[in-house]
Write a protein that binds this ligand. Sequence first.
Ligand code: DGL
Length: 273
Amino acid sequence: MTSPIGVFDSGYGGLTILKEIRKELPQYDYLYLGDNARAPYGTRSFDVVYEFTLQAVKHLFEAGCKLVILACNTASAKALRTIQQKDLPELDPTRRVLGVVIPTVESLGEISKTGNIGVLGTPGTISSGTYDIEIAKFFPRFRTVSEACPMWVPLVENREYDQPGADYFVHKYVEALFDEEPEIDTIVLGCTHYPLLLDKIEAEVAGRATVVTQGALVARSLRDYLERHPEMAERCSKGGEVKYLTTENPSKFSELATLFMAEPVSAERTELV
Ligand code: DGL
């Protein structure tokens, strides 16, 4: 039986990935799951992020998904490897869980000219060191500096991302990154919530570096994956439909998601256990 591709995030951030995936692969069906009731994940411990992410993956598997995208850097950084290596063989070795960090890192060689990379992410992603490690693996000569931005996800989850109050925190974290390394030529927005702050971030960066968002990179990588794995592509249903699940109030989710996706969204409430 075929089934939708699962897309998971702690909250609204994964919608920035889903939007680009749908542009690249409109023929597939998608099931989006936002754990809004427990967002943000970025300030939580390894164990808790792993536990919540595994619950979400199991939930999407139970809904039939054969392929799940962790559209969340925090979950990709803190839980993906354990899920792939320890849980998947027990749950169902024929299913796949993919993340957003590797597709982003892989493309930096095409983007950066000097190899001076700045990464902005949640405290969880930055303290995990995942970006530093993966960038060093792919591009040993690159230099990476990073800055945690603990206030940015709450600004998005509370719909304050386009308000004047957000300017202060955008200035604060972007300038902290440049203080660390003024020669950065590429800034990775290593959190799927951050594209919602993109206008303000670009204004603050003011041409000093290229700002990289992940959606199109993840979408391109997923298309490549499905081309290389036709057996998985065949197990994913193709009707061009999207369903949304949230662990919070579905009307609140639907209202904001309708704005982000620029089309009517009607979410259902679900529980993760
Ligand atoms: N969208 C998640 C990420 O990419 C945000 C994590 C959070 O909930 O703090 O990291």
